[in-house]
Design a protein around this ligand. Structure first.
Ligand code: FES
Length: 140
């Protein structure tokens, strides 16, 4: 089982065989300042690379649920572009307001791919307490 936590990347292990790990992107697609949108087990995520590490952040700002995929990564932080809250991704906290936390899932990179661990039976509380949309249901 994986031993990483809180979005820390690890290399050199076969993430594809572990439970609840989902291949969500090619490593080369997660670059630059703009988050990359993806989904794992019905959870919308924003992938952000800070240096060598990739973080998988739930795509809802804990302030007013604005999509963090619309944000920008700068100086080690993910910035929500609606009201400019800044999140230090390694510790999930809002800069200068630590009780406000975004939701981050464990990440691994392996063989040029990004994997995110999402266990739909054991999800963390939704960011800001806002209900999560059910992305597993169709809109038909
Ligand atoms: S919704 Fe993100 S800062 Fe307000």
């Amino acid at each position: 089982m994986p031993s990483n936590c809180c979005g820390r990347s690890s290399r050199g292990t076969d993430a594809s065989v572990d439970a609840h790990w989902h291949r969500v992107a090619a490593s080369g697609d997660v670059q630059g300042k703009e988050p990359v949108a993806c989904q794992a087990a019905g959870i919308a995520l924003a992938l952000v690379r800070l240096g060598e590490e990739v973080f998988a952040v739930e795509d809802r700002c804990p302030h007013m649920a604005y999509p963090l995929t619309q944000g920008v990564a700068r100086d080690g932080r993910l910035i929500c572009t609606w009201h400019h809250w800044e999140f230090d991704l390694p510790d999930q906290q809002r800069f200068l307001q630590p009780h406000c936390r975004c939701t981050i899932y464990p990440v691994r990179e392996n063989d040029g791919a990004v994997y995110v661990q999402v266990d739909p039976e054991n999800l963390p509380p939704p960011p800001g307490g806002f209900p999560r949309p059910d992305l597993t249901k169709s809109n038909d």
